[in-house]
Design a protein around this ligand. Sequence first.
Ligand code: PMP
Length: 367
Amino acid sequence: MKRSFIREILESITPETISFAGGLPDEHLFPHEALRTSANRILSDPSHLQYSTSSGILPLREQIAAIYSGQGFETHADNILITSGSQQALDLLSRHYRDRSITIESPSYLGAMGIFALNHLHTDAITLEHDGITINPFAQSLERTQLTYLIPDYQNPTGRTYSLEKRKVIAAQVQKHNAILIEDGPYSDLFFESRQPAISAMIPDRSYHLGSFSKTLAPALRIGWIRASEALLRPLLIHKEAMDLHTNSLTQYILFDYLSHGDQYATHLKNLRKHYAKKRKAFSEALTKYLPSFVFEKPKGGMFIYGRLPGVDTAELVKMSLKKRVVFVPGNEFYGEGRGMDEIRFNFTHPNTEATIRGIKILANCL
Ligand code: PMP
């Protein structure tokens, strides 16, 4: 398996590099003081340093279950398995479904495609349209694979969001073909207009819903989770025990403490959405002004702006721009071979507005 382009890029980034590449949150918005207070409270009790259970600490699972139930998706603590980021959730699922075929979006999340390849899952990639995956080929593929991996909210890499109609059709198709849906939602809370209903809520016994605190709080916590029926979670626990016994329980307790103190998490999320919506606006305006040949859709949430520079080989462009210390991810990385050659994914949440404008001007110069 080839090394991830994003890893290589992240490693070549210096403090001077303007990076539009990784899906990084803005560290100025981390609630680090509140997390420090929680960490101090938790570390004052040595019992928090002991081994813990493989499914995760109960009070945190209860809190996550309550968040789902509050959104109308009835969930109990037994439906939650805490993982080391949602990346580990993908790894657990890939091990469980090893050697199977799986229907995915094209383009899709690099980190998932890498794990699928590593676990010999054969991917059937179906074109992602502006309002979700293309239904007819999706249904035909699902009949064969009976397994699908989708990112319906502010997708990585395209920033696209599924329409309600497509969500319903997909749920019906999963049901019809006795299939299983893996719904990945690390960006679901970063909506700029309104929250979309999870497809999993329409088929709770045929789905895994993956969540994470990486994009909303801090990736260093490495806390993600899988929401599924107890029957679906049970075999995953065996893999989880084999992998790491349990997710870091110290950060689980810190997170539990943070979430249980007033409404600071809700306030933080509101603030985050407001700031990221502003950053999306600034980034879009800079693109329109300084890189007018870039054709793109404005995302309604998440962290990425995706689009095309018609006729430009963006893999060549990034080689050139890297020398001038500006990086982005060329679209080809998110497909199989030979597609998306003139496409680009920009991350708009990490760079500040001054760096955004300077970086886009440098790209225009390289062009
Ligand atoms: N799924 C998707 C679609 C992602 O974009 C990412 C992070 N880039 C992950 C899963 C993994 O995130 P984490 O392990 O930090 O929760």
